[in-house]
Design a protein. Sequence first.
Length: 83
Amino acid sequence: METPEWLNKANIKTTLDARPLLASGIHPLEQVIRESAGFSTGEIFEIITPFPPMPMIEKMQASGFDYFSEQQGGEFHTYFNKL
């Protein structure tokens, strides 16, 4: 998957490293939905996980976000762009 034109890291409004949450048994989906609810067009939410967050990607797409996910070492950085 090629990096999309909209991925300008200066537009990242929130970054969440979800690895500690996941390790303690907490799924970050509700937190991501809640925190991104007030985003304006072009604002980006970045989440860091140990695997591709497929259910979250589907939920965020249904909520009006595009996404891009890339592996960096042993972690995945997924960017949600408000459309």
